[in-house]
Design a binder for this molecule. Structure first.
Ligand code: DOR
Ligand code: ZN
Length: 362
């Protein structure tokens, strides 16, 4: 990693020279939704521009529950990659009430997938085939523990009587902490953590436990959903929480703790599906996720820790080598992100209308 304040001005007169720039190892995104079909073809190049590898969520419709489905989905992703892109999709298995230990192990040993995703049934987008009773999953989790296969959790209680802002903390307390005690060797990633409580559970169980932290949960709190009116493009699950949680997340991400790593949860939905009477959950990062992280780390005075968060910690957790190659980020203002054209519709990108203070230099 190199961190520079380059001498001005080596750039053309109309281009501001960067105040700070940083070169880090090529990063990975440990949590992405690539979808399928036309949306896959549109969003994949944007992820591949920023990241060398990505853990691909299996919540398609129907979900990716078998080795064959994972292999076929990976083939569709590879076919959708732009020529010359060397992005590696890392696949996951969607756990259901009927997942068998044999299928889980077969996919892991054949390298069809590297982890399994636990969606409590109904917790989020396309989660209705998810797990209704964690106790019934015990044989699958025991097998995963034995073969060293990580469990990725969408950690929210699905009890409709639990307030939506409390669902992550309740899941931790009622489901995840007991599960950690029952399966003491199981590797677990708490995905897209949003609360100080979740961070503490992760810290207490590291290094067999890790957590991904999204750009949006580092940048917005729950008031952003209601700023001057209803803001559907700031609605995701888990929903953003109070400001003190956001500050705790920023401290965790930028504080140098190796159990926290990059995972954007980039989740594209067409504008019409977001701006609806019952809009979909999901925030889409297009090509700006890495720039958002750089901004957060710069604001926290922790640019020297961005590389570990983005390129080392997640790889180490998953037993993978860091990538070769590097990417340079510079404190150069970039134009506001434009929606992604889908012909009949479009996908709004996080921070639409904002000038971004950081850019990727090639
Ligand atoms: O906001 C979210 N969107 N959270 C999830 O857990 C799923 C995701 C999606 O697939 O749209
Ligand atoms: Zn997700």
């Amino acid at each position: 990693m190199t961190l520079d304040s380059p001498a001005a001005p080596s750039t053309p007169a109309d281009t501001p020279s960067p105040r700070r720039q940083i070169t880090i190892r090529r990063p990975d995104d440990w949590h992405i939704h690539l979808r399928d079909g036309e949306i896959l073809r549109k969003v994949l190049p944007l992820t591949a521009m920023q990241f060398a590898r990505g853990i691909v969520m299996p919540n398609l419709s129907p979900p990716v529950t078998t080795v064959e489905a994972a292999l076929a989905y990976r083939a569709r992703i590879l076919a959708a990659l732009p020529a010359g892109a060397d992005f590696v999709p890392l696949m996951t298995c969607y756990l259901t009430d009927t997942t068998t230990p044999e299928e889980i192990e077969r996919g892991f040993s054949e390298r069809a997938w590297i982890a399994a995703k636990l969606y409590p049934a109904g917790a989020t987008t396309n989660a209705h085939h998810g797990v209704t009773d964690l106790n019934r999953l015990a044989p699958v989790l025991e097998r995963m523990e034995r073969i060293g296969m990580p469990l990725l959790t969408h950690g929210e209680s699905t009890d409709p009587t639990v307030d939506i802002f409390d669902r992550e903390a309740r899941f931790m307390e009622e489901s995840l902490v007991p599960l950690l005690a029952r399966h003491q060797g199981l590797k677990i990633v708490a995905e897209h953590v949003t609360t100080a409580e979740a961070l503490d559970v992760v810290r207490a169980h590291a290094p067999r436990m890790g957590a991904t932290i999204t750009p949006h949960h580092l940048m917005i709190n729950r008031s952003a959903m209601f700023q001057g009116g209803l803001r559907p493009h700031h609605y995701c699950l888990p929903v953003a929480k109070r400001e003190h949680h956001r500050l705790a997340l920023r401290k965790a991400a930028t504080g140098g703790e190796t159990c926290f790593f990059l995972g954007t949860d980039t989740a594209p939905h067409p504008r019409r599906a977001k701006e609806a009477a019952c809009g979909c959950a999901g925030i889409f990062h297009g090509a700006i996720a890495l720039q958002c992280y750089a901004q957060v780390f710069a604001e926290e005075g922790a640019l020297d820790r961005l590389e570990a968060f983005a390129a080392f910690n997640g790889a180490r957790f998953h037993g993978l080598a860091p990538n070769e190659g590097s990417v340079t980020l510079a404190e150069l203002p970039a134009d506001p992100p434009q929606p992604l054209d889908l012909g009949e519709d479009e996908i709004v990108v996080f921070r639409e209308g904002e000038t971004l203070p950081w850019s990727i230099l090639r």
